[in-house]
Ligand binder design. Structure first.
Ligand SMILES: Nc1ncnc2c1ncn2[C@@H]1O[C@H](COP(=O)(O)OP(=O)(O)O)[C@@H](O)[C@H]1O
Ligand SMILES: [Mg+2]
Length: 292
């Protein structure tokens, strides 16, 4: 039997997959999600969400998709890893993924043909059918200058009232300096925000939320305040680190036949990570320089 079932959970509370059902709306996450949805509704073009590794960008993108799925007026595609060898392959992947050309088109059509197909598609969907076409790109810090140039051109497609393609970029902080260096790209950002690590209270709320969400209904606390303090100190409020630590803590608690996670359990986990050389080194992100 899985450890979490023994504890009375229906699901694993601290899995590190970006499951939207376990998305806790911290103020940063909430602001990002609400504003991106507004920008999409207004068809204003480009939104950028920055955040260090493990701050919840991918989870946020899954939540966004969950919101968009139910909407008939939206068409979207998500790129999980935008490393493309050249312009042509990038546009080809967009054309295929939006279903404009069948998957099997070989050889890869010319750049002009691909671009025209995409443009016709955006016009047909956006103007004739009045839909919102959305491209979400995760790991956007991996976009090279050539791919960014493609995106800049796509953002040029517009009517007098709105952009034909809505672009949401989620990426690590270095994306900022890349796009700052591209004329006409940075200016086109209509909404930008940064996901910062959680504060102490937010971290506790995230943990409580995930515990409840996983089906734990007992009134008994699983984690003591003293343990929360240790967790915060060690993880600095980075959601991925918090999630991983809680997972280990609950497992350790069970192995020790205890009913609650106390300070000692967390200290022991940290000590064994330090001993094995697995400890986290330093803060990843200083407080944001890029907020809306
Ligand atoms: N808002 C959130 N609510 C609940 N869990 C979160 C949240 N943000 C991040 N997490 C947890 O942290 C892990 C890492 O988040 P992820 O979205 O992969 O970060 P990033 O893409 O920024 O590196 C997720 O798998 C999830 O378990
Ligand atoms: Mg990610």
């Amino acid at each position: 039997m899985s450890y979490y079932k023994v504890l009375g959970f229906e699901q694993e509370p601290f899995s590190t997959s970006p499951d939207p059902e376990f998305f806790y709306s911290s103020p940063d996450h909430e602001r990002a999600l609400t504003n991106v949805l507004i920008e999409l509704r207004l068809k204003r073009g480009l939104s950028v969400v920055l955040g260090d590794v493990g701050t919840g960008k991918t989870t946020l993108s899954r939540k966004l998709i969950q919101e968009l799925k139910g909407r008939e007026d939206c068409l979207f595609h998500i790129v999980l890893d935008p490393s493309f060898e050249d312009k042509q392959l990038f546009i080809h992947s967009l054309v295929r993924n939006f279903g404009i050309l069948p998957d099997s088109t070989a050889p890869v059509p010319s750049l002009t043909f691909l671009r025209e197909s995409l443009e016709r598609f955006l016009f047909q969907k956006g103007v004739v059918e009045n839909k919102t076409v959305i491209l979400i790109i995760d790991e956007a810090q991996k976009l090279d200058p050539v791919s960014l140039e493609v995106l800049r051109l796509l953002l040029n497609y517009e009517t007098n009232q709105f952009k034909l393609l809505q672009l949401v970029l989620l990426g690590q902080i270095e994306l900022l300096s890349t796009i700052k260096g591209i004329a006409n790209f940075f200016d086109r950002i209509s909404f930008k925000t940064t996901l910062n690590p959680l504060g102490f209270e937010e971290m506790k709320e995230l943990i409580h939320f995930r515990i409840r969400q996983a089906g734990y209904h007992s009134k008994m606390d699983l984690i003591l305040e003293e343990a929360f303090k240790e967790i915060y100190h060690y993880t600095q409020g980075y959601p991925r680190q918090v999630t991983m630590m809680c997972h280990k803590a609950l497992k350790e608690m069970l192995m020790r036949h205890r009913f609650v996670v106390d300070k000692e359990i967390i200290e022991d986990i940290i000590a064994s990570e330090v001993k094995d050389g697995w400890e986290r080194t330093g803060a990843l992100l200083q407080k944001s320089s890029f907020s809306s």
